[in-house]
Structures are given as C-alpha cells and as structure tokens.
Design a protein around this ligand. Structure first.
Ligand code: TYM
Length: 327
C-alpha cells in the first residue's frame, strides 16, 4: 500500500480552496493508502500567532479533518508539535538546504514582501516541510498547486541526502487535483483564494453560514458576456466558478457547460451556491458535534503515538547515517 502524508496550517479559517485542493483528496485517499494527516502547528508559528487563537484554530482544523470524513481508524491524524521528530529532522535537513534554494521559494517571497522584519523560520519553512514528508517515507503528497515548489525542494533534499549518506528516503510525488488545484478569489481570479485575504467576500470559509455562502457566490465577480464556458485564459472568473461547481457536484466541466448552455450566469450561480452548501452544511453539523463531544483529544493523542513510532525509526536511521553517536 502506498503511503500518503499531508498537512494544513492552523493559521486561520479553512477555505473552500483548502477543502477542494487538499482535504477532499485526503478523505478519498484514506481508503486505498496508508495515510498520515497532520495539522502543521509548527509551520503556523512562522508568522506571529496569538496563543489563544492558535489553540482555537488548531482544534478547529483538527475537528474539520474528522468532520470532512477522515476516519481515525483508517488514517493517522495528529498535530505536528506532538511528534518532536518533525523539529529534529527539520533541523538536520535545514543544514542540507542551500540559501539560494530557499530564496527562490515564491511562498517566502509573497509572505515576506513589504514586511519590515521577517522571522528566520519563515525562510527555513520548506526544510521543515521536507522533514514532515520524509519522516514517513511518503510516496504521495496531496496538495494544491501552490505547494508544488516546496515538493520539488523536498525531492531534491531526499536525493541529496541519499547521495551523500546512502539510500534512505523515498522520493515523494505530489498529488495535485486536475480541476481545482488552484481555486481563485471570488473578487479577483488572478489571486488564489486565501484565508489571509482581508476581504471576507473573496473566500468561502468552510464554516461560513449557508446564507453567507449564498451571498458571497451571488456577489462573485463574473467576466463580461453570459456564456458558462470553461476558458481559464479568456474567462478566468467563470472558469474558477466552474471548477468549484465540478468539485462540489462531481459533474464534469463538459456536463456543466451543457447544463447552462444559453442560460447566462444567473441560474448557474444560484445552483453553484446550492452545490457548495450541500457539501459544506453536513460537514458543519458534524464539526459542531465533534467539538462538543471532546473526542478530539483522544484521537490526536492516539494519532501522535502511531506517528511517533514511525518517525522515530526514521530519525534513528538518519542520525546513524549522519554520524551522530548512539545514546
Ligand atoms: P496551507 O495550510 O497553506 O494549505 C493547505 C492545503 O490547501 C491547499 N490550498 C489550496 N488548494 C487549491 N486552491 C486554493 N486556493 C488553495 N489554498 C490552499 C494547499 O495547496 C495545501 O495543500 N506548506 C503547506 C502545509 C504543509 C504541508 C506539509 C503540506 C506543511 N507540511 C507536508 C504537505 C505535506 C501549506 O502552507 O499549506
């Protein structure tokens, strides 16, 4: 069985982009793969976080994992900070990473742009992400398109380590959805849908009330014209909405185009809102039940135990190969 690992940062509300680009695939893959899914709280602190907010968001993201359909009996679900080997291997891989490689990372460039002071952790973030993946010798990493560059670096670091110290790490492959790898903002299709956008209308949060979801979709920017046609070059706004529709309904792009042929944007947007609500409303109901039940803590504790077992094996091997003395 192939091994899968992925994670999401608890650095704000999860959006429909996180769901379509990543979480939905996490759930699908758990049936046919050995899966490790974490909430990457160590990555979240690469930008300042209020402690109370970090606690709340970490619980919220963990609960959304379960509410979206991740099954603790099938997948190992845990917090990155509960398995100290992530920080440990992260450091060792940082020493193998070149400054030039980190300087080229577009996520770093975007997140540091215009800031007066930037934490060094934001810069070395990709080495920690590589450790997350290589600790479990993951074959596949389900992510959205924006994480492709980090995955490339992970592959390079695995190669580099294997060459220098002998065959150790599996070289992982990204697993990126064909439609929905990059869900765009509802107010501007040249920007990725993101929880950090100050315009609340630009993203749909997984926990948005159905009435709010309907309002945001009705106000979503559409291209001039009235044809519901998938053409990302010339009709980026409508194409983005079609991607969302396809992902939420399971219909193909061609089916959606045929369904709204000659009807204009109005009926399409109305139905799209209902498709999104139909996906998110049951998740929201389960989310509130899980938060009330208190079962989350047991799930995360057991997940961390299972993950640590695997992680420790890798760290032990890595330390031996690098020349650390055994205790
Ligand atoms: P993060 O927390 O920014 O996002 C989590 C996942 O959601 C995807 N995503 C999107 N997909 C499509 N459209 C969007 N608008 C959109 N916005 C976000 C991201 O591509 C990602 O898959 N570095 C990672 C977290 C991480 C990680 C890892 C991932 C840390 N360690 C190990 C995989 C394996 C990040 O910042 O994701």
């Amino acid at each position: 069985m192939k091994r899968v690992l992925s994670g999401i940062q608890p650095s704000g509300q999860l959006t429909l982009g996180n769901y379509i680009g990543a979480l939905k695939n996490f759930v699908e893959m758990q049936h046919s793969h050995e899966c490790y899914y974490m909430v990457v709280d160590l990555h979240a602190i690469t930008v300042p976080q209020e402690p109370a907010a970090l606690r709340e968001q970490t619980e919220a993201v963990s609960a959304l994992y379960i509410a979206s359909g991740l099954d603790p009996a099938k997948a190992t679900i845990f917090l990155q900070s509960h398995v100290h080997q992530h920080a440990e291997l992260g450091w060792m891989l940082t020493t193998l990473t070149y400054m030039g490689e980190l300087e080229r990372m577009t996520q770093f460039k975007d997140k540091s742009a215009g800031k007066e002071s930037v934490g060094a952790g934001l810069f070395t973030y990709p080495s920690l992400m590589a450790a997350d993946i290589l600790l479990y010798n993951a074959d596949l990493v389900p992510v959205g398109d924006d994480q492709k560059q980090h995955l490339e670096l992970t592959r390079d670091l695995a190669h580099r380590f294997n060459q220098r110290f002998g065959d150790t790490f599996t070289i992982p492959e990204p697993y990126i959805p064909k439609v929905g790898a990059r869900i765009m903002s509802l107010d501007d299709a040249s920007k990725k849908m993101s929880k950090s956008n100050p315009n609340q209308g630009s993203f749909i949060a997984m926990l948005d009330d159905p009435a709010v979801i309907r309002k945001k979709i009705s106000r979503a920017v559409t291209d001039s014209g009235r044809e519901v046609k998938y053409d990302p070059q010339n009709k980026p706004e409508v194409s983005n909405l079609i991607s969302i529709y396809a992902n939420c309904s399971g219909k193909s792009v061609a089916e959606i185009e045929a369904l709204y042929d000659g009807q204009g944007y109005g009926p399409f947007k109305k139905d799209l809102a209902e498709q999104v609500v139909a996906v998110l409303e049951p998740i929201q109901q389960r989310y509130h039940e899980i938060r009330k039940s208190g079962e989350l803590y047991d799930i995360l504790r057991q997940g961390a135990e299972r993950a640590a077992e695997q992680a420790e094996k890798t760290v032990k091997t890595v330390k031996e190969k690098m020349g650390f003395l055994a205790r």
